[in-house]
Design a binder for this molecule. Structure first.
Ligand SMILES: Cc1cc2nc3c(=O)[nH]c(=O)nc-3n(C[C@H](O)[C@H](O)[C@H](O)COP(=O)(O)OP(=O)(O)OC[C@H]3O[C@@H](n4cnc5c(N)ncnc54)[C@H](O)[C@@H]3O)c2cc1C
Length: 386
């Protein structure tokens, strides 16, 4: 047993038994076909897991970030990839925190039942990248609608979603006091928008991550789809990032345990020079090192969850958890592929697939340098560099 039992064993057991229906072969095939794991995501939704953080009054389970993070962790721990569905966990938080009562009643119950999927969030743009306040996509009010023009890139889970949260500039940068002002967020009805002002172009990429370029040409969005106050969108997006970062940290923890378990098992079984390779300290130590790093990252992940669930500031902890967990899972991935020798590269061992999947988290949804920058500026009080 790699992990000491914790307070979440019941959730862990339930997710493990659901995942047992979707073994390695399932995810391997989905990866080969670059397909969306429809039946897996449907099963999770039907069992109510993706509505974990939706309050009970809207049909969810009203659980905290800690429980939600365990759900995501266990998917990755059992060989799957929660990247296919994690958007639903944190995107609905934006609606919950900033939507009107009417919007919450309209969207959340249908998201909870799975009738609607809200997996997608459109922020990143090709010419501005991490410098989000410079986004060029605009939403201009015309009568009772907003008209959207611009371009986004790397926007994930568009095809499998019914709705997307979109960040666009509603007041030109030149007309606002602070660069973080003048952006707004909208609910975009994807099924209506595609072909009517929104064009979606898939980006083939290293992982099986459904991600796209989006082109907006006079896309009309009804004014009632604006979430919260006009001009406050950037703040609303930032409010959701701590949950996103912590959930992704948990997925990396799940990956980390998966890699360590697989490589430990292989190192016990694989006999070379007349003894198991795991008997050599040159093999044992890097595995032990990776395990220690995953365990340490796990503590920071639960610290971030505890603060978030107590409604305390947790920006530093969420960022550090994401940083530590992504680093630990990547180190575990390297060790796992290394000590599988040539077999680490064979698709049937799943190591190469998980290796590719976990690498993403050094870059998205926030890159390592941006975490350093957050800590330097917000925790250490060093001067802003941008
Ligand atoms: C598979 C995938 C899925 C994604 N899904 C989504 C999604 O659903 N929605 C969405 O909005 N976005 C999504 N993204 C975008 C993702 O959030 C960005 O790729 C990420 O934030 C980095 O932005 P960028 O690619 O523009 O890199 P850039 O901003 O161009 O930066 C490139 C590199 O330079 C570094 N860098 C830049 N400026 C500085 C600086 N001042 N100091 C130090 N280092 C710096 C960065 O850290 C980074 O490593 C996705 C990306 C990928 C790859």
């Amino acid at each position: 047993m790699l992990q000491t039992p914790d307070a979440y064993q019941e959730i862990r057991e339930a997710i493990r038994s659901l995942c047992a229906e979707y073994p390695d072969e399932y995810f391997r095939k989905i990866d080969e076909q670059r397909a969306y794991p429809e039946s897996f995501v449907d099963a999770l939704t039907q069992a109510g897991w993706l509505a974990a953080m939706i309050p009970q009054e809207y049909g969810g389970s009203g659980l905290g970030l800690a429980e939600a993070s365990v759900i995501m962790e266990e998917i990755n721990r059992n060989g799957g990839n929660a990247g296919a569905c994690h958007g639903q966990m944190y995107n609905m938080g934006t609606l919950l925190r900033h939507g009107s009562q009417q919007q919450k009643e309209f969207y959340l119950p249908k998201i909870a039942t799975g009738e609607w999927r809200l997996q997608s969030m459109g922020v990143t743009e090709p010419t501005t990248g991490t410098d989000t306040t410079k986004i060029k996509t605009t939403a201009v009010k015309k009568g009772d609608r907003y008209v959207v023009n611009g371009q986004k890139v790397w926007i994930s889970r568009v095809k499998p979603s019914d709705w997307m949260i979109l960040l666009a500039r509603t007041t030109p940068l030149a007309d606002v006091k602070r660069k973080s002002e003048g952006m707004s967020i909208f609910m975009v009805d994807l099924k209506k928008a595609i072909g009517n002002g929104l064009t979606v172009r898939p980006i083939p990429n290293m992982v099986n991550h459904e991600t796209n370029e989006l082109f907006f040409e006079n896309l009309e969005i009804p004014e009632e789809n604006l979430i919260g106050q006009e001009g406050m969108g950037f703040k609303y997006i930032l409010d959701g990032l701590n949950a996103e970062r912590t959930l992704i940290a948990a997925e990396c923890i799940g990956d980390g345990y998966w890699f360590i378990e697989r490589v430990s098992r292989y190192a016990k079984d694989r006999v070379v020079f007349g003894r198991p390779i795991g008997q050599n300290q040159g093999v044992q130590f890097p595995i032990a090192d990776a395990y220690i790093e995953v365990e340490a990252a796990n503590l920071m992940r639960f610290k971030a969850c505890e603060l978030f669930d107590a409604h305390q500031p947790c920006g530093a902890e969420a960022n550090m958890a994401k940083y530590l967990a992504a680093k630990a899972s990547w180190e575990a991935a390297n060790v796992c592929i290394q000590y599988h020798g040539g077999f680490g590269f064979a698709c049937e061992y799943d190591v190469e697939r998980k290796f590719r999947e976990t690498r993403l988290y050094q870059v998205a949804p926030v890159s390592t340098n941006m975490v350093y920058s957050y800590i330097a500026e917000h925790v250490l009080g060093l001067p802003r560099s941008f």
